[in-house]
Design a protein around this ligand. Sequence first.
Ligand code: ZN
Length: 350
Amino acid sequence: MKAITVEPGKKGSVQLEDITEPDLRNGSMLVEAVATGICGTDVEIVEGNYGWAPPGKSRLVLGHESLGRVIDPGLSSGFKKGDLVVGIVRRPDPVPCSNCAVGEWDMCRNGLYTERGIKEIDGFMSERWRIEPEYALKIDPGLGILGVLHETATVLAKAWEMVKSIGQRSYWEPRNVLVTGAGPIGLLAALGGVELGLDVHVLDRATAGPKPSLVKDLGATYHSTTVSDIGFKPDVVIECTGVGQVIADSIMNVGSGGIVCLTGVGKGGSAPPNWAIADIAAAAVLQNNVIVGSVNANKRHWYKAGLALAKADKKWLERLITRRETPENFKQVLYRQPDDIKNIIQFSDI
Ligand SMILES: [Zn+2]
């Protein structure tokens, strides 16, 4: 079968190749791939900066944003042939740490977790894949191809859960949220804010292309200024850029008792932010602010992400998928162009 594979650590090694049928050790349920989404982590792996092959192998099947159709559910899995499913990405570490032991693998304490398409388990960019039934979820059949957005939505299901649970430390009546970055994570963060009934504001550098109208059509407000120029102090910031200056500005501008949830993964930066660490810390202390990082998702977040997507306007979600290509042409969608939001590789018809 065809699969998109990479030799982790080796830039330029990504290719479409023929590999053997999926390994039974990856699960009793056999699934035909419908589509996979591409995100920054895939690009990091392709660039040779991240990723680990399965033990004893040199190459890794890429892909962690899945959508597939069950071919063979196996014995008493609770699934049936033809079900549209998505696969959970992370598996608990084998020790296990206390969090993995209770199914909170997203909070793994020892870093020995594994991840489909990223860390030591083959991913979903192959014509067929296997999965353990307990790590698969049925999607709302009405979503169709939009189920490929499920993994991205889990990031926000967890982020919003974090924000709401931290909010309960005191009396809390949030009215608004600022989302920084209008990529797929930012736009789904904005959708989450709208579903919670908040006044949603989204900030991004883009002044043209699909982002401003996608935000407006959610009933939210689009800003292409800096965080300090948005004209109010947000109750919540969901930071989705990973850019040092935007992070620092978010922490300095969030309202008293505010929460800044960091979901972007950045690195370095061309210039240090305008704020010194002690000043940022003082601002947080003097206003009882919380800065929290959020990554990955456990099964509860996967379930909640499915509910959030099923509730959303399908026509709006469709606009998030900006380009789709066949596996043969995967290189054309690997790197996002300025107007791209979510690019996908489509393996079979829905
Ligand atoms: Zn663990």
